[in-house]
Design a protein around this ligand. Structure first.
Ligand code: BGC
Length: 348
């Protein structure tokens, strides 16, 4: 079968290769891949900056934002042939650490977790894959190919869970949220904020086009300026850009008792001046919190699947701005200004 493979940490090594059928040892559920979304992490792996091959191998099968159709499942499994499913990305570390031991692998303590398509475990960008029943999540059949949005939605479902858990350390009745960045993660974070009944403000750079339209279609407000101008003192800020100056703006401008959740991964190497003293002062005197959030466990996939199931299909459809066939996978990386989510279509 065909698979997109790459030698991690070596630029220019990606190749559509013929690989063996997935081994039975990977799990009793056999899935045919329908589509795989491409994100910044994939671009980083393809550029040679990130990723780990499976032990004893040079090449990693790429792809972690998956959607597939079950071909085979054992009796009693939570999925059956024909179901549309998404594979969970992370696997617990083998020790396991106390968090992995209870299914909270997204909070792995020892860093020995693996991630399909990213860290030491083949991904989903192959015609078929195998998986154990406990790492596959069913999506609402009416979503069809839009189910490919579940993995990034699971990431923002976790982010919102963190915000709510921290917020509810005291009385918590949020009314306003700011999301920085109107890429796929930012837009999905805004969708989940609107579903929570919040007044939502999204900040990005594009003056016009699909991103502002998508934000407004949610009933949220779109801005190109600063957080302070968009919404002074929001209850929560979901930072989805990883841009250093925005991270500190978020911390400075979140409201009293508010929570800033950082989901963007910065590349580093761009120092900025920060008045640490005044930041400290406002964080302490206003009980503000900053939390980093990565990855997602099964609970977050299930929350994400529920959020997508109740979202407007037309709106979700507009998030997928390009679909490229597997044979033309490399064009998925050509960023066009209005692109939101680009998916590689593997099968039908
Ligand atoms: C994925 C996460 C993963 C993270 C770090 C992200 O792109 O969505 O599941 O944990 O990269 O590898």
């Amino acid at each position: 079968m065909k698979a997109l493979t790459v030698v991690p940490r070596q630029r220019g090594t990606a190749a559509l290769a013929d690989v063996d059928e997935p081994p039975q040892a990977d799990g009793e559920v056999l899935v045919e891949t329908v589509a795989v979304g491409i994100c910044g992490t994939d671009a980083e792996i393809l550029s040679g900056a990130y990723g780990w091959p499976p032990p004893g191998r040079d090449r990693l099968v790429l792809g972690h934002e998956s959607l597939g159709r079950v071909l085979e499942a054992p009796p009693g499994a939570p999925v059956a042939p024909g179901d549309l499913v998404v594979g969970i990305v992370r696997r617990p570390d083998p020790v396991p650490c106390p968090n992995c031991a209870v299914g909270e692998w997204d909070f792995c303590r020892n860093g020995q977790y693996t991630e399909r398509g990213i860290k030491a475990h083949d991904g989903y960008l192959s015609e078929r894959y195998r998986i154990t029943p406990d790492f596959v999540v069913k999506v609402d059949p009416s979503l069809g190919e839009l189910g490919v949005l579940l993995e990034p939605t699971s990431v923002v479902a976790k982010a919102w869970e963190q915000v709510e858990r921290i917020g509810s350390r005291a009385h918590w009745a949020p009314t306003t949220a700011v999301v920085t960045g109107a890429g796929p993660v930012g837009l999905l974070a805004a969708l989940l904020a609107v579903q929570r009944g919040l007044e939502v403000h999204v900040i990005d750079q594009m003056e016009r086009g699909r991103k502002p339209d998508l934000v407004r279609a949610l009933g949220a407000h779109y801005h190109t300026g600063t957080i302070e101008d968009a919404c002074p003192s929001p209850d929560a800020i979901i930072e989805c850009t990883g841009v250093g100056s925005l991270v500190f703006d978020a911390i400075e401008h979140v409201g009293p008792g508010g929570v800033v959740c950082l989901t963007g991964v910065s590349s580093g190497g761009r120092p900025i001046d920060v008045d640490a003293g005044s930041l400290n002062r406002s964080m302490v005197l206003e009980n503000e919190s900053v939390v980093g959030s990565v990855n997602a466990n099964r609970r977050h996939y299930e929350a994400g699947a529920a959020a997508l199931a109740k979202a407007d299909r037309g709106w979700l459809e507009r998030l997928i701005t390009r679909r490229v066939p597997l044979a033309e996978w490399s064009t998925a990386l050509d960023r066009e200004p209005d692109d939101v989510k680009v998916v590689v279509e593997v099968g039908r």
